[in-house]
Design a protein around this ligand. Structure first.
Ligand SMILES: *Cc1c(COP(=O)(O)O)cnc(C)c1O
Length: 363
């Protein structure tokens, strides 16, 4: 038997049908494709950090409950201690844990689309049916279509990214509230971009029995750590805890996150700078003829390319060859035809993007 034959007879068909999550090798490019915080830490903080890491006993297993880290999250992130916390190796792992908990032959996972691709990807990997409900042309929720889909499919889980990725907008909070009430299953409001907006459902978890709010430290400036958390009633978190692998948050991650949460002012300075620069970047993109940027409540800007003689994919390639990597969304969904997404970088990185695009269009 060949390996191929063995694979075909052994690996689940839904797994064989998937393609692995791929990223582009950035080489020496300015990296504006993955919503990372472009800023590092001051030297003194780096020194303190290394000092702190010296005391981590990597020969020992980490605290499986990450008690100190959870305490730091409660006290720094506006999470009421009335709710419980589940920690994940990135919020991706939390999505996986939630879906493992509800996985059954007829469970449906739902989200408006286009949105964060991992909801669909992880649902598929577990053999779950995924229903994507198209957003309107302006990327707001198609409220009637959502209501109808909820009635028809009775989703076990509805994911709402708030703000949404890759579109950058916030859905209407009143509509979200109604959808939470209409859904018998769980509603996960994914606030990965919470550091870049004032809107949140985090204080409203107690209002709805089926609401969970998910967050991550990735976009704040700790993407390398892989740490996300889920806030919800203990009745839910207690069940999900059974599926979390005991030591999913390593001791280095716990120590680094506690260290960073003790110094939140630095991250708040950085994210408020990014919020200001987001507006400048948006204005500059809008000023270029042939580009249509969407307003954003996240740390990126989605824009459509309507330039004679140049497609979005061509612009993406040209930028790459000048040393700037952004995300090409053309071809990933009908609604994202001709769309590119650029992460807000440092002021000089943003200026480079603008001047290179202007240059490319001149030629
Ligand atoms: C980036 C992103 C995540 C993933 O976060 P990790 O914690 O890095 O796994 C989750 N949801 C949305 C909407 C995102 O854009």
């Amino acid at each position: 038997m060949s390996i191929k034959e063995r694979v075909d007879s052994l690996v689940r068909p839904e797994v064989r049908a998937l393609s692995a999550y791929k990223t582009v090798d950035p080489g020496n490019c300015i990296k504006l494709d993955a919503m990372e915080n472009p800023y590092g830490w001051p030297q003194e903080m780096l020194d303190d950090w290394l000092q702190r890491l010296r005391s981590v006993e990597v020969n020992r297993y980490p605290d499986p409950e990450a008690k100190a880290l959870k305490q730091a999250i409660y006290s720094s992130q506006g999470v009421s201690e009335r709710f419980s916390l589940l920690l994940g190796n990135g919020s991706d792992e939390i999505i996986q844990i939630i879906l493992m908990a509800i996985a059954s032959e007829d469970a449906v996972v739902m989200a408006p689309e286009p949105t964060f691709v991992m909801y669909r990807q992880i649902a598929r990997s577990l053999g779950l049916k995924f229903v994507g409900v198209p957003l309107q042309e302006d990327f707001s929720l198609d409220f009637d279509a959502m209501c109808k889909a909820i009635e028809k499919y009775r989703p076990a889980v509805l994911f709402l990214a708030y703000p949404n990725n890759p579109t950058g907008n916030l859905f209407d909070a009143g509509e979200i509230e109604t959808l939470i009430k209409k859904t018998a299953g769980l509603v996960v409001v994914d606030e990965a971009y919470a550091p870049f907006t004032d809107e949140t459902f985090i204080a409203r978890v107690g209002e709805f029995e089926n609401l969970l709010v998910m967050r991550t430290f990735s976009k704040l400036g700790l993407a390398g750590l892989r740490l996300g958390y889920l806030v919800g009633a203990d009745g839910w978190i207690e069940q999900l805890e059974k599926l979390r692998l005991p030591y999913n948050i390593g001791s280095l991650t716990q120590a680094c996150a506690e260290f960073a949460l003790d110094r939140l002012e630095l991250f708040e300075e950085q994210t408020s700078q990014i919020r200001k620069d987001r507006q400048l970047l948006l204005n500059s993109l809008a000023a270029i003829e042939g580009l249509e940027p969407m307003s954003s409540e996240a740390n990126f800007v989605l824009f459509r390319v309507r330039q004679e003689g140049m497609t979005a994919s061509e612009l993406h390639e040209c930028l790459k060859s000048t040393g700037i990597l952004i995300k090409n969304l053309h071809g990933s969904a009908e609604a994202l035809t001709d769309c590119l997404r650029v992460t807000v970088g440092t002021p000089s990185e943003n200026e480079r993007v603008i001047s290179e695009i202007a240059n490319i269009f001149k030629k």
